[in-house]
Design a binder for this molecule. Structure first.
Ligand SMILES: O=C[C@H](O)COP(=O)(O)O
Length: 258
């Protein structure tokens, strides 16, 4: 473990996306059991964001196991005539302590703008949830040399002004790395995370130096330790590899203390 990790407690979060019917509670239970047993010395918070329908059951089944639960999206309002939506308050009531907002799949599939993402993050804060704000460039934007501009614009547009290192987490997820098996080089990750760190300090002041900035996009057991050791990477947002407890735990082990 390198020194900079001691300053910010990392977070390893698994985003199950629209999967769960074939993924049993046993996977979450196995993660929780490992954190109580052989992996009790993991120096990181561990979180699962299952489909919203599973949160309440997982919350009661987990008991004292140290696995945090998160939603994958929320509406900007607390309640009302919004068929099919779910509010941050409802996620909190079900047992979530956080919610992912602005994932690139939401931005692409549902046309979500950074302004809407910021409203959702504000809703999360209002409900007492941690907002995990996702940003990241497409392959075309990277090829055009626009990565830092895009990421900076999304960050500035999506972050609530009242964000703190406690109520907000940033997740940098290059769109082209999601579910593809491709990842940026550690140096590419370092450059983007350094720019995000600098923007955070500029946007919200000294708190920005302490906010967790996760990397996401094809994090797997065999690349987790390398990616997690990059400066200003304070954990991971894991998709596919979070569906199997053994893979997810292998990623979590990047934060095993010696
Ligand atoms: O939210 C998670 C990310 O979209 C990463 O997904 P992935 O690990 O399957 O590439």
């Amino acid at each position: 473990m390198v020194n900079h990790r001691r300053e910010i407690r990392p977070l390893v979060a698994g985003n199950w996306k629209m999967n769960g019917l074939k993924v049993s509670f046993g996977e979450v239970q196995a993660v929780g059991d490992a954190l109580l047993g052989p992996l009790a010395s993991i120096a990181a918070d561990v979180m699962i964001a299952p489909p919203a329908t599973l949160i309440a059951g997982f919350a009661s089944g987990l008991g004292a196991r140290p696995v945090l639960l998160a939603g994958q999206d929320c509406h900007a309002k607390a309640s009302g005539a919004h068929t099919g939506d779910i509010s941050a308050e409802m996620l909190k009531d079900a047992g979530a302590s956080a919610v992912i907002v602005g994932h690139s799949e939401r931005r692409a599939d549902h046309g979500e703008t950074s302004e809407q993402v910021r409203a959702k993050a504000e809703a999360a804060h209002r409900a007492g949830l941690v907002a995990i704000v996702c940003i990241g460039e497409t392959q075309e934007e990277r090829a055009a040399g626009a990565t830092l501009d895009v990421v900076s614009r999304q960050l500035k547009g999506s972050m609530p002004k009242a964000s703190t290192a406690v109520n907000t987490v940033v997740a940098y997820e290059p769109v082209w790395a999601i579910g593809t098996g491709l990842t940026p080089t550690p140096d590419d990750v370092r450059i983007v995370h350094a720019a995000i760190r600098s923007d955070l300090v500029h946007l919200i002041g000294p708190e920005g130096a302490h906010m967790r900035v996760l990397y996401g996009g094809s994090v797997k057991p065999d690349n987790a330790a390398t990616l997690m050791s990059v400066e200003n990477v304070n954990g991971a947002l894991v998709g596919g590899a979070s569906l199997k407890a053994s893979d997810f735990l292998a990623i979590v082990r990047a934060y095993e203390t010696p």
